[in-house]
Design a protein around this ligand. Sequence first.
Ligand code: GP9
Ligand code: MN
Length: 634
Amino acid sequence: MISKWKAKLEDPANKKKVMIYGAVMAVFWLKMYIIQSGIFNLDVENFNEALILAFNPLSSIFLLFGVGILLAGRKGMLAMYIVGSLLLYFNVLFYREYSDFLTIPMLGQAANLAGLGGSITDILSWTDIFLFVDIFAAAFLLFYLNGKRLTSFQPKRKEGFILAALAIPLFIVNIGWAQTERTELLQRAFDRNMLVKYIGVLNFHAYDIVLQGQTEAKKTFADSNELVPVLNYLNETKSGAGEEMEGAAEGKNVILLSLESTQTFVVDNTLNGEELTPYFNDLKEEGAYFSNFYHQVKQGRTSDSEFLLDNSLYGLNRGAAFFTHSGNEYEATPEVLDKEGYTSSVMHANDATFWNRNVMYDSLGYDRFYSKKDYDVTEEKSHSWGYLDEYFFEDSLAKMEEMEEPFYNKMITLTNHHPFTLPEDKQLIEKGETSSQTLNNYFQTIRYQDEALKQFVEEFKQSDLYDDTVLVIYGDHFGISENHQQAMGEYLDKDINDYEQFQLQRVPLLMIGEGIEGKEYDTVGGQIDLRPTLMNMLGVEDDNPIQFGQDLFNEDRQELMVTRDGNFANEEYVGVNGTCYDRETGEEVEDAACGEGFEQAEEELALSDSVVYGDLLRYLDETEMIEEEETTDQ
Ligand code: GP9
Ligand code: MN
């Protein structure tokens, strides 16, 4: 057998063939290696990880080209080369904007990706051409070398099969090797950056396909019994509402104001001696201001923040629940408040279809969605992503003044969005001078947003609404991604390590209205806590027990804020990527101090996911029965 193979390999035509296969695959490997180690920011921590990163493209490359040959010989190989290159490039573009990788649910959101609009030119670079020139090299190798000199030469199906089969042992070696750095890698795959670091971007896509299949199966096979562990967990870990603010805003209107990409680091901070948010800095003295409040979003960005807010459930780790689970049953804030006589609405001057809002808002029970078509969006009043905040605020206040009361209304701003550009006459301060253009621009749009906020809040205070309304202002998510860590370090004058990066995920939360005194709270909390906090302030009995948040004003609450990556902050510690830090000093402490926190974070996310994936709120009517059974059992 071996001698037969040896003889085959000694045949010059076959030698050439092996060389050509090898060369095509090596060029692709080189490109993938350059992208993975040079363009993606995967946090390679040691030499072993660097070797894994170099090794992990191999199995996917064998599979890719093996299948190519199987399907259509060398044409198939070239076709796969092009498909693989495009896939890599789409990931590069997506990564530049979101520091994340494409998932299947995200592909279903083509409408949204097109909405990148202004940002797309920002994330393209002329040097990207170099990511395509190798396609010509591959074509040359396959069709010139292969075709002219060896006309009889054709890749055989059997060879394709062998290449594809070799992918299996290569992948097994890859996984085994990766597990020396992180055990149960595939089971605990919260962090796509980590996954790609260990198995490579193409294998990650294969893994994502498997996940998608599992997701679909989960809903089909779910039943009401799956609510039992969820209810048990919530009963054990979450405390009810506190007394401090109970009924403080009873019967009042609610305006939730979502500030686009606004992070806490801008509050009370300056650039060249000028405050970035002068108005907000003063305003926060008038209300309940939370300085340790975190966003908890993932790929669904703004829509995830809305999902967290209205359901007190976590968004998903892949894709946006607004897209993937808009067909679920929910018992969201608008529905609960509807029973109390509230009308509900959302105001956002973008296309109604963006983030599938038009569909999802119906599922969440909103009465009305004021989208782009309800605003006087003209060329002069728009820039980049669309309607400028100042005009959005002006029109929105007018609409609210006409609204039936009491109302629950969410307003979502737009101007402070990547790429953070403004018309010249709206630039109120100079740009920054860091090494990141994105961050430099961000200072200006943040300053602009603050000015628009001033105009809105001042007019709101003059209006009849003010006495009867509680205004809740919060940031939806980060604006400056990890890709700009270095520039962020230059601005803040410190080294941005994992701890600092985590702390940068804080977003402002401020509540103002009659009966709320000016006070700063350092409570650790997140967007998931907003619904129960608000319901308690309104004095409303919320009869949906499936909520993972807790009243932020309740001093007895277990302080635990979990991010979608499975990281967490509690009163004492911050746990990030397996490392434990003292929350206040940022000093690294022994891992054991965070053990429980990480475990609870993982459990909490898994339970919340079981609710969303299993569409378990459709069994809400049965929860009372389940709870009764539980108590009689005990
Ligand atoms: C678009 C707005 C911004 O409608 O919500 O979306 P984002 O990219 O921040 O999720
Ligand atoms: Mn947003």
